[in-house]
Design a binder for this molecule. Structure first.
Ligand SMILES: [Zn+2]
Length: 162
């Protein structure tokens, strides 16, 4: 494991925290969501606790009982607003404000630099690509660039886009 992985927190989130999940990925944090698992697992809480333990992830949940079961491996997310949820994680020292464009917000895969073909093939890319850096998710086949998350998101998270 690289030293980065030993210090960088990773997360698993419950089904109530879909928006926070995307924000954490925008911020570059490895975050898997219960929404990515099959529905209808009666023991989902136990399953989430097992994933947190096995993969050394911090469990983020809205649920008091689940947070209590997770002890120091779980954080109960209290605010309703996603920016306040991010703020809660900043205040407890788990995450920092940043927007590194390193991870796909849809699937959590790491992005790599996009090839010329990939940029050209994406109709939604800015037509004049000068001044942009382009990144590619090989799983979703989706193009990202600095600014593609939107200026508003950059302002809200307050991190530096690279
Ligand atoms: Zn993806």
């Amino acid at each position: 494991m690289s030293p980065e992985y030993e210090t960088e927190p990773r997360f698993v989130t419950d089904r109530m925290l879909g928006t926070l999940t995307r924000y954490l990925r925008f911020m570059g944090y490895d975050t898997i969501s219960a929404n990515g698992f099959a529905q209808g697992n009666a023991k989902e809480d136990t399953f989430l606790l097992e994933i947190a333990a096995r993969e050394h992830r911090v469990l983020l949940t809205r649920d008091t009982e689940l947070a209590n079961r997770g002890k120091d491996r779980a954080v109960q997310i209290k605010p309703d607003d996603v920016m306040e949820q991010v703020q809660q994680l900043i205040e407890c020292g788990l995450v920092e404000r940043r927007l590194p464009m390193s991870r796909c917000s849809l699937c959590n895969s790491l992005l790599r630099e996009a090839s010329a073909d990939e940029i050209e093939g994406a109709e939604y890319a800015p037509k004049d690509g000068a001044g942009f850096m382009f990144y590619w998710c090989s799983s979703c086949r989706k193009l990202y660039w600095n600014g593609s998350h939107g200026k508003k998101l950059a302002e809200r998270i307050g991190g530096e886009e690279r």
